[in-house]
Design a protein around this ligand. Sequence first.
Ligand SMILES: Nc1nc(=O)c2c([nH]1)NC[C@@H]1CN(c3ccc(C(=O)N[C@@H](CCC(=O)O)C(=O)O)cc3)C=[N+]21
Length: 395
Amino acid sequence: MGNATRGLSSSIQPTYLYWDLSRADHSSLGFTSSLRFQRWLSSGQRLCATGERRRQRRPVFGRDASRRRPLERLLSVQGTGFPERSVCSSAPLTAMERHAQDSKILDGKAIARQVTSEVATRVQVLREAHGRSPGLAVVIVGSRPDSQTYVRNKRRACEEAGMNSHLFALDASTSETELIELVRRLNAEDDVDGILVQLPLPDHIRSERVLQEIAFEKDVDGFHPLNVGRLCQKSALYPPLAVACTPRGCLELLDRAGVDLDGKHAVVLGRSNVVGLPMALLLLQRNATVTICHSHTADLADQVSRADILVAAIGRAHFVKGDWIKPGAVVIDVGINSVPDTSAPRGYRLVGDVEFQVAKERAALITPVPGGVGPMTIAMLLLNTLQAFERRLKS
Ligand SMILES: Nc1nc(=O)c2c([nH]1)NC[C@@H]1CN(c3ccc(C(=O)N[C@@H](CCC(=O)O)C(=O)O)cc3)C=[N+]21
């Protein structure tokens, strides 16, 4: 057991399992990659990624000039964005990656990989200067398979970024009081810079009650009322310390693709605390004109057809029909819905809220599911954790 459990284990130990990655074997591929990536960065060399050569050979932009700018910018981001592929991995591009590079697909997986490399570089610099790495505590209650997948992905990402991840897997019968007790201990724990309590929690636990307890400074989900309040109020003096990972990931995708939001009509489908609402606020701060739609909105198709930027976060498979999309729109699909598919190895496959195949023909840029917003959510968790760590180093 690592340092983070010191003093934690006495009263509630039987209810949770614990892994400490701080002593994990850092010769694993992720860590090696980031080291080599850093060496590459500091060498000032510019390497030609596999995908770049391909791009030079054939025109990848559509004929439509209005679509050119964001795509060009996206590819210029990608042009500097794939060093790990040529430096650190000899694996050939998958069919999906090839496709993403040659089309208008906004490749969240590739951009998340880039963000993770950047975080890893910074983590290493800080570790060398301060002798410590950021620590993220992830708390999961119960055994929902989707939550377990996400938590596993988060843990892997931490490892890739050279962060310590402390996983607390609690039994579904854990009481609200016990969970709060754990959160309070994590608040006081020096080696923990960020705390994430995986949602949804079982019905007998009031999540607002628990989220309130997470120290504002360690709230890497951006769900604490103070962080939410600061996001709403827009103040240079008191900005939020963290913004929710999924909306922040969507914004990062738009930024890295060079999508200009100023004066654009953005339509957000969904008004949840975790996605819709903070997403709308972020877009508003970037001077977009924002419409928030929800289950009571009249004529959704009409609203969607006016969107220059569409963010779909309703959680219903293929709810948004492809022909609702305004030609040239940028479509960010947040939905992750599993639909039965007997031909898939797991018996199901993941689809977004948007009818992808049809929408793709009309959109200028569109995120796939999987491989779009999901990986970006995790990359933003790393970034929020890094920022929490940096704040604590300063204080
Ligand atoms: N406190 C809290 N913070 C969260 O940020 C949080 C949460 N609770 N509860 C659930 C949602 C959902 N979420 C995702 C994370 C990763 C993927 C992800 O990696 N998706 C992959 C596919 C994963 C798969 O194969 O199932 C992809 O889209 O490519 C998706 C969704 C974080 N959430």
